[in-house]
Design a protein. Structure first.
Lengths: 160, 178
C-alpha cells in the first residue's frame, strides 16, 4: 500500500497556507511513485501510484477555493485523466489477482473457465497499460508537476 | 456521484473552521444513503455511499489532527466502511462481466453446434462453462455475506454514536504543539 507522508497541520493556520503545503506534498508523492508503473509483473507499483493520484485529487478538491480558478480547473482535469488511466490499468490487475486466488481454491474441472476469463482480462490489462503510457507521456509533456507547484504558489499569494 | 457543494469556505480563514464545514457536509452526505442502502438491490446507493465514505475519509486523514480526539478514531471507522463497500462494489462490477463473458462463449458455441445434442461434446468452449458458473455462484454468495457484514458494521456505528461523536469532535480544536 502506498505510504502517505504525515503532514503536520495546525487548526489555526490559514486554509490557503495549508492548501499549498499539503497539495505540494501530495503532488510530490504522485511522481515519486511513477517508476516502474508500466511493469505488469509488479502490480503494486501501479496501485501505489493510483492511491497517490486519488490522494492528490482529494486534496485538490478539498482546498479548491484556495487556488486561482482557471489554472485549478485544468490541473484538476489533468490529474483526473491520469487517475482514470491508472484505474483502467489497475482494475484488471485486481480482477486477475482475485481470479487466480479463486482458481487455486476450486476443483480442477472449474479451471479452464477461469483461465479463459483471465486470458480476456490480460487483454484488458494490456490495453490499460497502453492508455496509461499515453497518459504519463501527456502529463510529462504538459509539465503537470510544475503546474501543480505553480498552483500551490498561487494559493500562497491569496494570503500574502 | 457529484459531491455536495460546501458553502462558506474562506481561503483566509483558519484550516480548522474550513475543514469543519467540509467534514460536516461529507458526514451528512454519507449518512444520507441510509436507510436506502439497507436494501441489497440498491447497487447505485451502495456505490455512492462508498464514494461518500472515501471523500469523508480523505478529508479526515488530512485535517483530522485539527479536531478533537474522536476524529482520529473516525478515520479508521470510515476506512473500514469504505473497504467493505468497495468489496461489495467489486462483486457488483465482476458479476455482470462474468455473465457477459459466459454469454459470449455460449453464443460462439451455439454458432458452431448443430441441432444434435451430441454436437455439444465438440464445441470449443465446453470446458469453460463449469468454472464460470461456479464463479457466478461464488460472487453471489460473497456479495450476500459482505452485505450482511456491511449492515452489521453500520448498526454497530449507530449503536456507538459514530455520527454524533464525529460531529462533536469537529467542533473541538486541537491546540498546536508549538
Amino acid at each position: 500500500m502506498a505510504k502517505q507522508s504525515d503532514i503536520t497541520v495546525d487548526a489555526f493556520e490559514p486554509f490557503a497556507v495549508a492548501a499549498a503545503r499539503i497539495v505540494r506534498r501530495r503532488a510530490e508523492e504522485l511522481f515519486e511513485n511513477e517508476e516502474g508503473v508500466l511493469d505488469t509483473s509488479d502490480i503494486e507499483r501501479v496501485h501505489d501510484m493510483r492511491v497517490a493520484s486519488r490522494r492528490l485529487r482529494a486534496v485538490l478538491e478539498i482546498f479548491a477555493p484556495c487556488f486561482p480558478q482557471g489554472d485549478y480547473k485544468t490541473v484538476l482535469r489533468d490529474v483526473k485523466a491520469l487517475a482514470d488511466a491508472l484505474g483502467e490499468r489497475r482494475d484488471p490487475d485486481v480482477h486477475i489477482e482475485a481470479m487466480e486466488a479463486f482458481e487455486r481454491d476450486v476443483q480442477a474441472t472449474n479451471r479452464p473457465g477461469i483461465d479463459a476469463l483471465v486470458a480476456r482480462l490480460r487483454q484488458r490489462q494490456a490495453r490499460g497499460n497502453d492508455a496509461l503510457a499515453g497518459a504519463l507521456e501527456e502529463a510529462r509533456e504538459s509539465d503537470l508537476q510544475a503546474r501543480l507547484h505553480s498552483l500551490c504558489d498561487g494559493a500562497l499569494e491569496v494570503v500574502e | 456521484m457529484k459531491a455536495r457543494n460546501v458553502k462558506g469556505l474562506d481561503p483566509e480563514g483558519t484550516l480548522g473552521d474550513n475543514a469543519e464545514r467540509i467534514v460536516r457536509v461529507r458526514l451528512d452526505e454519507l449518512c444520507s444513503f441510509m436507510p436506502k442502502a439497507t436494501d441489497p438491490s440498491e447497487v447505485v446507493a451502495l456505490h455512492d455511499m462508498r464514494i461518500a465514505s472515501k471523500r469523508l475519509r480523505y478529508v479526515l486523514e488530512v485535517t483530522g489532527p485539527c479536531f478533537g480526539p474522536y476524529a482520529a478514531s473516525a478515520v479508521k471507522l470510515v476506512k473500514d466502511l469504505q473497504d467493505l463497500l468497495g468489496e461489495i462494489h467489486d462483486c457488483d462490477v465482476q458479476l455482470p462481466e462474468v455473465d457477459a463473458f459466459l454469454h459470449e462463449l455460449m453464443e460462439e458455441d451455439a454458432g458452431v453446434a448443430g441441432e444434435s445434442p451430441k454436437d455439444l461434446a465438440k464445441v470449443p468452449n465446453r470446458r469453460a462453462y463449469a468454472g464460470l458458473v461456479a464463479l457466478q455462484v461464488h460472487l453471489r454468495a460473497r456479495r450476500r455475506a459482505l452485505f450482511e457484514q456491511f449492515l452489521e458494521l453500520w448498526r454497530d456505528y449507530e449503536r456507538k454514536g459514530f455520527a454524533a461523536r464525529l460531529a462533536f469532535a469537529v467542533s473541538e480544536r486541537a491546540q498546536s504543539d508549538e
